[in-house]
Design a protein around this ligand. Structure first.
Ligand SMILES: [Zn+2]
Length: 322
């Protein structure tokens, strides 16, 4: 049997860069975590190279036993050519031929894609989407992103930029969005907006959330709203209900249109649990078309903080970029 049973998964994020040695069962067997902004671009690439070499030493394998490197990045990626066009929150990454750089230093085939696609691949192969053919992944964070799997394969779109689920509009007017659009779902349920809304609404209403904020040295966090909802706080329950309904309206469109078997929801906001998923499910029950509604399951993402590394390893394993 070939010894080439290992993959490298790199999750290059705005805050942390995680590098993992992953076996053929999708299990991380060695991992390094770096603080992204402590390194300049080329230094960071060198650190990735260094980590791969140290994994090999530590696990007593050769670099040629690694059959591929996958990298997920937060931005515009030309996955076909292996070029980073632009990263949203990390300066110094314009038109970087990262595939070529890593391949020349390590002699291992390298594949790049944006972080949402990579996470979707991870959930599809080893997480909440295992054995599912048609699914949509959505991550609720500062941005709202997504990935689409059709017939077991990632759908990237004509210009490789499909999956911008956060920029599906849910209203004719509404807030202007960074993407140039108006009334995008992201401007109603993205973290930045939710924090602003929380601040504004708390001024007018009584809520346990206020006490919890005071207790945590006036640091406003959406986690506190989860906590208050669990304690039965009306304001907090209503807060997540509103998010659930808006997300439900948008996903109704996705469900009617794509007829997926599963919708996987990840990101911090998904931790609101039943306070979010309850109203979300009810909205979809009420509004989606019957046949589509019946077959779709809405579930929480399963891979958690390792999703990026595992997904990147899947990208290297699948090599389905054409
Ligand atoms: Zn938008």
């Amino acid at each position: 049997m070939s010894k080439k049973n290992y993959y490298i998964g790199v999750d290059l994020g705005g805050s942390y860069t995680k590098i993992g040695l992953v076996n053929r069962f999708g299990k991380i067997i060695a991992k390094t975590v770096l603080t992204t902004n402590r390194y300049k671009r080329n230094q960071l690439i060198d650190e990735i190279v260094f980590s791969v070499k140290s994994f090999c030493l530590k696990k007593k394998i050769k670099t040629k036993d690694i059959s591929g490197i996958g990298v997920g990045l937060p931005g515009l990626i030309d996955s076909r050519k292996g070029i980073v066009r632009y990263l949203v929150n990390i300066p110094g990454w314009k038109n970087v031929h990262m595939k070529r750089l890593l391949e020349s230093k390590l002699k291992i085939k390298t594949f790049l894609d944006n972080d949402e696609n990579v996470m979707t691949l991870g959930e599809l192969h080893y997480g909440a989407g295992k054995n599912v053919k048609n699914l949509v992944c959505i991550t609720l964070g500062t941005g709202v992103g997504g990935g689409i799997v059709i017939n077991g394969k990632l759908y990237r779109g004509t210009d490789l930029v499909a999956g911008e689920i956060g920029h599906i509009p849910i209203s004719e007017s509404g807030p202007k969005c960074n993407c140039g659009g108006t009334g995008c779902i992201e401007s109603y349920i993205g973290n930045r907006y939710l924090r602003k809304k929380l601040k504004r609404d708390l001024k007018k209403q009584k809520s346990l959330v206020k006490n919890l904020i005071k207790k945590s040295n006036y640091r406003l966090s959406l986690k506190l709203v989860d906590k208050a909802a669990k304690m039965g706080d009306r304001f907090a329950i209503e807060f997540w209900k509103d998010v659930g309904i808006k997300l439900g309206i948008m996903l109704t469109g996705v469900i009617n249109f794509i007829n997926p078997e599963r919708i996987i929801i990840g990101g911090g906001v998904a931790n609101a649990g039943k306070f979010l998923f309850g109203p979300l499910g009810m909205t979809i029950n009420k509004r989606a078309m019957k046949i589509q509604r019946k077959s779709v399951k809405i579930v929480k993402a399963r891979l958690g903080e390792d999703a990026g590394v595992i997904g990147a390893a899947v990208l290297a394993k699948e090599r389905d970029i054409v």
